[in-house]
Design a protein. Sequence first.
Length: 363
Amino acid sequence: MSLCLIVGTCLLYTSDAADELETGCEPMFDRRNIRRIYLNITGKAKDFLLSDKSREFFVFLFFFFIAGGFWLLQTLNNDYEAEFSIPVRLRGVPNNTMITSEPVSELHIKVKDKGTVLLNYMLGKSFYPVSLDFSDYKAVDNHVRIYASQFEKKVLSQLNVSTRLLSMKPDTLEYIYATGMSKLVPVRLSGTVGAGRQYYLSDTIFKPDSVLAYAPEGVLDTITAAYTQPVKQENVSDTLRQQVSLLARRGVKFVPASIEMILPVDIYTEKTVEVPLHGVNFPADKVLRAFPSKVQVTFQVGLSRFREITADDFHINVSYEELLRLGSDKYTVKLRNIPDGVKQVRFNPEQVDFLIEQISPSL
């Protein structure tokens, strides 16, 4: 077998036989070298398989597997305990009946039997669902309880005769239903959503914004809204869209059970408008004179509403009675109401001079 090494730009060639030395060498992975290596490996493998050592090795493997098989059969012949899950299905529910509290979806059983039987349960046999027919069970105030003695036979019928049923969890299946009773309730956000710096939450949108609530009459009367699962978001800087499940209530079912929540986020910008002062409740022969007659109102508003908010949305109303109580000729400017989506309002100037002017009645 020959070996060719490439060191820098120099080729070194070694050989098991002196007559294979040559000046320079062929690349290690050319076709002739690959064929030579392949023949060498297959030859050694063939020699090993035909040797006495290989026969001894295969005899050892044969008896090893035979012994392992006997050990496994002996082990599986012992008794063991194991747990399995069996699906539960409620069937035959009338069209005018809404299941508001579903029974559990699985029964967890604990059984005891020989290992071979348990291995069959694990690998070869799948359990059929335990079917509960709606019409077979009587309800008390629309609440159905099915005890283990009523469905145990459906479990035992799927087990081997030799298998012992040790336990079932839960041992009672129950569900609540409502018959033809529902009402539309609004969706409400549960939790907190905080916008990032210079951003704000401009709205909270649910699609749909109302859902149908199904429940027994006594419970249905207490439901005023369907709340989302708690939502917690901080430093939100872009509109948030996500599917949110509604908060489950015992004995109540909401349709649909989840809604799309949209939280539009807007960035604040600053705007300034000029707003006049208006006197209200003044006698017919008196009028307000303010200096200046208009003030600059500067505020923060979302970029999407920048053009929408104008000076007409602000009202600085000064009542006659308020000026009489001041005992001064300076009035501190204040707004009677602030438009939605507006914050950080300030005035320039913050105070104005005023006088109450007596006017002659018109002839």
